[in-house]
Design a protein around this ligand. Structure first.
Ligand SMILES: NC(=O)c1ccc[n+]([C@@H]2O[C@H](COP(=O)([O-])OP(=O)(O)OC[C@H]3O[C@@H](n4cnc5c(N)ncnc54)[C@H](OP(=O)(O)O)[C@@H]3O)[C@@H](O)[C@H]2O)c1
Length: 326
């Protein structure tokens, strides 16, 4: 019998329940997948707590996974039983087996193992669109990366460096600062005790950064604006501290004609073409060792509640993978 982590209501990690579920046969354009690794992402917390609404309960939580195709629908092209595949941004990942639309999947190259894939699809494709599309990073840019020791943060740092940027990483502790520097940050700011914007001005000789990749949201929004150089971009892409409060666009003029955007990976993989462009670049970067995916924690899938508690308590670093077979 297949087991999955379901939620029947919003709440703390205790609402995550390990339950038996029916999977069934794939529809015409679907695939049945036996999952070998599941990615843990901060968006899972937003759905669990209700910050991001869920239309209907109960639901299997989770957005990212990797595994082996078991069966394909009659209209599926290009996939067959036995293929190794992975996906980001598709609700229902916290499970041993699942049905999924075939066009959400990409085949994995031999150079990328299943745990690495589950640790990098959502986070790596996010780093890709932030660095290549939201603000295309150029050699010589100085960029600000929040939660630089975390999942997306470590990938952004390594990839940003490879594109020729100087990376300033914001972190919540001195231990994380050490890790972030080892991972490639040129400078770190411990925002639990240092002013981000003051430190950024000091590091950049008053100039400011070209872009702030801010995943913290409410707590850091103003500091991010105050760290930018004229025409700088604030990519506010997450809400780990809560959603950003409403603000007037008028504040952007005197700070230097700034740009603010609130992007999501959902848009950046909304066509197969956009999705594959990102996946190809990500697979190349990982296969060639330009970006190392650091899986610093694994948990049995049935212990997802503990993984959520640790993620929210800022105890994790790098990527976290949940293992369906314990
Ligand atoms: N928009 C998109 O397309 C998109 C896609 C993927 C991820 N994201 C966002 O990217 C961020 C990173 O995701 P991730 O899965 O890789 O997680 P993560 O960065 O590994 O973990 C979250 C980190 O946020 C920091 N943080 C700061 N204030 C916090 C608070 N009040 N509560 C909890 N954590 C806090 C912590 O690092 P420190 O201790 O160093 O501060 C913590 O380790 C999340 O905000 C997520 O929503 C957005």
């Amino acid at each position: 019998m297949t087991h999955a982590i379901c939620i029947h209501e919003t709440g703390g990690p205790e609402v995550l329940r390990w339950e038996a579920v029916e999977v069934g046969e794939p529809g015409l354009k679907q695939v049945r997948l036996k999952q070998t690794a599941v990615g843990l992402n901060y968006i899972d917390v937003y759905f669990r707590t209700g910050l991001y609404p869920i239309a209907k309960y109960p639901i299997v939580l989770g957005q990212e996974g990797a595994g082996v195709v078991e069966a394909v629908g009659t209209e599926v092209e290009g996939l067959k039983a036995g293929d190794r595949v992975a996906y980001p941004m598709c609700m229902g990942a916290y499970t041993q087996q699942r049905l999924i639309d075939a066009d959400k999947l990409v085949k994995l190259p031999d150079s990328i193992d299943d745990r690495t894939a589950a640790a990098m699809m959502l986070k790596g494709l996010t780093a890709h669109y932030l660095l290549y599309r939201t603000y295309p990073v150029k050699a010589g840019d100085t960029i600000l990366v929040y939660a630089a020791a975390g999942g997306v943060g470590q990938i952004l740092t390594q990839w940003g460096k490879a594109l020729g940027a100087t990376v300033i990483g914001c972190v919540g502790s001195d231990g994380k600062a050490q890790l972030a520097r080892k991972n490639g940050c040129d400078f770190t700011i411990n925002y639990s005790r240092e002013s981000i914007s003051r430190q950024v001005r000091e590091i950049t000789s008053g100039e400011g950064v070209a872009v702030a990749y801010d995943s913290i949201g409410k707590a850091t929004f103003e500091d991010s604006l105050d760290s930018l150089k004229p025409f700088g971009v604030l990519a506010s892409y997450g809400n780990a501290s809560g959603p950003v409060d409403p603000f007037s666009p008028g504040i952007l003029a005197p700070k230097g004609s700034l740009y603010v955007t609130r992007p999501t990976l959902a848009t950046h993989i909304s066509t197969r073409e956009l999705y594959l462009e990102g996946a190809e670049r990500l697979f190349k970067a990982v296969s060639e060792g330009v970006v190392n995916i650091n899986v610093n924690q694994t948990y049995a899938l049935k212990d997802a509640a503990q993984a959520h508690s640790d993620l929210e308590a800022r105890k994790t670093t790098g990527s976290t993978v949940l293992l369906p077979e314990g």
